[in-house]
Design a protein around this ligand. Structure first.
Ligand code: CP
Length: 306
């Protein structure tokens, strides 16, 4: 069972802890489409979101997940807060903690920001993405989606393709998928991937055809220009010609391959539009599953505090 105070990453979670979150998420999914199934089980839980970086999916799905379980959910609105007057992360967290929230959800550009917050507040902290380190709830919703379609992880060929170097999504997925028995291949231009990732138990390649061959899952990643000073390749057209996922390269994958992407997608760059909207794409389903997984995490953390 998942019994921790905080959810900061998947690196230090056991297979059992990960599976218990996914199991809880299963029972949450029906609440998304059927308001009659929504409950008040978190009516005594208050949640504050602190997003120092932009978000559509993660922030909104956490806020709705809290609403669907009857919690009080408030967003700090970092851009209009006293962060703009120079207040640091710890002082911001300590001040918010005095107001009695039970759970704080933070996204920050700095690796380790969620860990720092967790050390300084009584509230349970959820990492909604810290720099290039981890994005555990994204990986959990990815796992939930894979499990839903494939029924298991053992021996699955999962290819993650794109800007690996800056991707907290890739790291969280690697930590979890390797633990659960999947065979992970990381692929992308050599400027956006490091051979040192091999130490995490994955294959690393810049040969896209080889990476996609026989894949059960192909996950595309956005180029995170906001995290780099120099253009990592000559231009976007060249990138998409060499490393974009399109029908020409996807034919090397298994017929029932799942095409995934954490979003936001830059259509025509990392994925061609026909693939984003194609029959193998589960990108929109990932978003829906994100609400279920986040409901599960809020419920489990809330129970762990009792
Ligand atoms: N996948 C993801 O984290 O999306 P947002 O940046 O929109 O939250």
């Amino acid at each position: 069972m998942f019994k921790k105070k905080d959810l900061l990453g998947l690196r230090n979670l056991s297979e059992d802890e990960i599976m218990s979150i996914l199991e809880t998420a299963k029972s949450m999914k029906a609440k998304i489409d059927n308001p009659l199934l929504r409950t008040q089980e978190l009516k005594n839980t208050s949640i504050v979101t602190l997003f120092y970086e932009n978000s559509t999916r993660t922030k909104m799905s956490f806020m709705l997940a809290g609403d669907y379980l009857g919690a009080i959910v408030k967003d700090l609105g970092v851009s209009t807060s006293s962060v703009n007057k120079g207040e640091n992360l710890i002082d911001t967290g300590v001040n918010l903690d005095q107001m009695g929230p039970n759970i704080m959800i933070i996204r920050h550009s700095m690796t380790g920001a969620a860990h720092i917050l967790a050390k300084n507040v009584k509230a349970s902290v959820i990492n909604a993405g810290d720099g290039t380190n981890e994005h555990p709830t994204q990986a959990l919703l990815d796992l939930f989606t894979i499990l839903d379609y494939k029924g298991h992880f053992d021996g699955l060929n999962v290819t993650i393709l794109g800007d690996i170097a800056h991707s907290r999504v890739a790291r969280s997925n690697v930590f979890a998928l390797t633990k659960l028995g999947a065979k992970v291949t990381l692929a992308g231009p050599s400027t956006l991937i490091s051979n040192s990732m091999k130490s995490l138990g994955v294959d690393v390649t810049s040969n896209i055809q080889k990476a996609i061959e026989n894949s059960d899952v192909v996950m595309g990643l956005r180029i995170q220009f906001e995290r780099q000073k120099n253009m990592p390749f000559p231009n976007l057209r060249e990138y998409s010609n060499l490393f974009g996922i399109n029908s020409k390269v996807l034919k090397y994958a298994k017929k029932d391959v799942l095409v995934m992407h954490p979003g936001p997608v830059n259509r025509g760059v990392e994925l061609s539009t026909d693939i984003v909207d194609g029959k193998n794409s589960v990108i929109n389903i990932q978003v829906k599953n994100g609400v279920a997984v986040r409901m599960a995490i809020l419920k489990l953390l809330s129970e762990n505090r009792q």
